[in-house]
Design a protein around this ligand. Structure first.
Ligand code: ATP
Length: 556
């Protein structure tokens, strides 16, 4: 553990009104990779996910499904979210349910603080409400639709979900008081930016600058919304689901009051909180980037570190969603390909800042590439028949190599051709640029770019092996053979260490295959020539192939 560095990563808490789908897995996967990346650096890392269990949408779904008690209804669905995580090795440290008592206490506390500080007041509210989105929409965003039977319904133009007109007493939050502070917050750029990616920051900032924020209704009459936390000292009103849900991010770390103790040295909760990254889909960015910081500022609480916003998985051209039912169920994906292949393929074929389409055939393609490129590379270099000896190369022949320059000095004596020298140069150039950019790409969730860089390096290594042909009888000079095997496998070792956040099981199979000891698999070990202890039984004929052509059932 690195005692002084703390990180906290969160997914949205999901609405358990139906089973999870690919979109939920995507948010969780982005977070899981980040959490594992923190762990690879030996940081203190927490990862929070969970379920958002209150609100009208759940109340109505419970009734539709024949449950008088909504808690009994969500009790049947929350395990499905946990099973999905288990299936894909989503290694969260905290699973929060908004029906947890400790969370309910925090929500009430946040309300009281905002109230005491003069940012909550009671008033009449009228407007267009969408149950599906759990939000009111302004008149300007409402259109009337009429079907062939002349039935009329109203929808909002943002999500196309139905809205109905309500007039009722609500509590309001003075969002308008925070407009300038929000503009300041979202004007922060570059490494200090509170929102990533930049395009989302700019769109939210521009909208903030060009609109006057209206105050936000943050309660509903209890007679309409019974499945919710009551407003403190007013049981006729229930707390709006977003005020409740957003507070989960604090509840997952501890009691809200702890954040008022600003002694950073002795306040572990604050250390995590100030390093909290929220990962969310673009559907909920205003809730997280406008409302959430405003509630916190109102209560005099510190803000989390940043919000990462991703685009959507589409199905039939529109956002995949539980309410529409146009979903891909990740539990029904061909798991026999291996969960890590599915993790890799989802991340390889998606971009944070673009809507994505899922193709089943990408999975078998991905698996085949792993076998033919990476699996094959290891099998060739650790081949018992060719009498290669990885252990000898790593420990003895090149046991004193600790840098690229050391290797190049020795390589000059072994090289037979200009082409080979150019290949070695190019491999080192690629490796250096990969290592220089890897951390930034990880921090900014550019996982697909990391994957591209990895395949480029693996391609180069394969080309090098094909050109140098260490198995060729005319090439039996042992020092040369060892140099080729050492270079190729040391870079494969580095890549396997650095892919642990993405493919935790498969990368460790690669590392097991070349006998890298478990204590030498962290970020600091991912440098050329730093480990001369591996390879012991790598050429043993009994060693398992890390990934086989034959599709196994639940292999990893
Ligand atoms: N199509 C999607 N693509 C990517 N992420 C998604 C998608 N759908 C949901 N998510 C993730 O789940 C969060 C929203 O959770 P929620 O449970 O409301 O999902 P939903 O399917 O949109 O539900 P509903 O249709 O009931 O509104 C998003 O912010 C995002 O993190």
């Amino acid at each position: 553990m690195c005692p002084s560095i703390y990180r906290h990563i969160t997914t949205p808490i999901f609405y358990p009104n139906a089973s999870p789908h690919l979109g939920h897995l995507y948010s969780s996967l982005l977070a899981d990779v980040q959490h594992r990346w923190n762990q690879l650096q030996l940081y203190n890392s927490k990862f929070t996910t969970g379920t958002d269990e209150h609100g009208l949408k759940i109340q109505q779904a419970a009734i539709r499904n024949g449950y008088a008690d909504p808690l009994k209804f969500v009790d049947t669905l929350t395990p499905k979210f946990k099973s999905l995580d288990a299936q894909y090795d989503i290694n969260y440290t905290n699973f929060i349910r908004t029906t947890d008592i400790k969370h309910i206490k925090n929500v009430k506390k946040l309300w009281e603080k905002c109230f005491q500080n003069g940012h909550i007041y009671k008033d009449i509210h009228q407007g267009w409400y969408s149950v599906s989105d759990e939000t009111f929409y302004p008149e300007s965003k409402i259109i009337k639709l009429e079907n062939d039977d002349k039935e009329v319904k109203y929808v909002n133009t943002e999500t196309n979900n139905e809205v109905t007109y309500h007039k009722e007493t609500n509590y309001f939050f003075k969002l308008s008081d925070f407009q300038n502070q929000l503009i300041d917050l979202h004007s922060r750029k570059g490494l200090n930016a509170w929102i990533f990616p930049e395009s989302k920051r700019l769109s939210l900032l521009n909208e903030l600058k060009s609109t006057n924020l209206s105050d936000l209704s943050i309660s509903r009459p209890s007679e309409r919304l019974s499945w919710a936390i009551s407003v403190p000292n007013d049981s006729t009103q229930s707390i709006y689901v977003w005020f409740d849900a957003l507070t989960n991010y604090i509840s997952s770390l501890g009691p809200l009051e702890n954040l008022y103790n600003s002694d950073n040295n002795n306040n572990t909760m604050l250390k995590y909180w100030s390093q909290t990254t929220h990962i969310i889909g673009k559907d909920i960015m205003k809730f997280h980037c406008w409302y959430w910081p405003s509630f916190l500022l109102s209560a005099g609480l510190p803000l989390p570190k940043r919000v990462i916003i991703h685009d959507h998985w589409l199905s039939q051209g529109v956002k995949m969603s539980k309410s529409l039912g146009n979903v891909i169920d990740p539990m029904e994906l061909p798991l026999q390909y291996g969960k890590d292949i599915i993790r890799w393929s989802i991340l390889e074929n998606s971009q944070l800042n673009h809507d994505n389409n899922f193709k089943n055939e990408d999975l078998s393609k991905c698996r085949n590439i792993f076998i033919s490129k990476w699996g094959n590379l290891i099998n060739r270099c650790c081949n018992a028949k060719s009498k290669f000896d990885l252990s000898r190369a790593v420990n003895k022949t090149y046991g004193n190599i600790s840098s690229k320059d050391d290797f190049l000095n020795i390589w000059q004596e072994q090289s037979l051709s200009l082409v080979e020298n150019e290949q070695v140069d190019s491999i080192f150039n690629q490796l250096e640029s990969f290592q220089q950019t890897y951390s930034v790409k990880m921090e900014t969730f550019q996982y697909n770019h990391i994957i591209k860089d990895i395949w480029k390096l693996i391609d180069q290594l394969n080309l090098f092996i094909q050109t140098t042909k260490p198995w060729n009888k005319t090439n039996t000079n042992q020092r040369r053979q060892d140099a080729i095997i050492f270079l190729t496998m040391d870079i494969s070792r580095i890549l396997s260490i650095l892919t642990q956040p993405i493919i935790p099981q498969l990368s460790n199979k690669f590392l097991d295959r070349i006998d890298v000891c478990p204590e030498r698999r962290s970020f600091r070990d991912a440098k050329f020539g730093t480990d001369h202890t591996y390879g012991a039984n790598a050429n043993d004929p009994s060693k398992n192939v890390p990934i086989e052509r034959k599709v196994a059932s639940y292999e990893y």
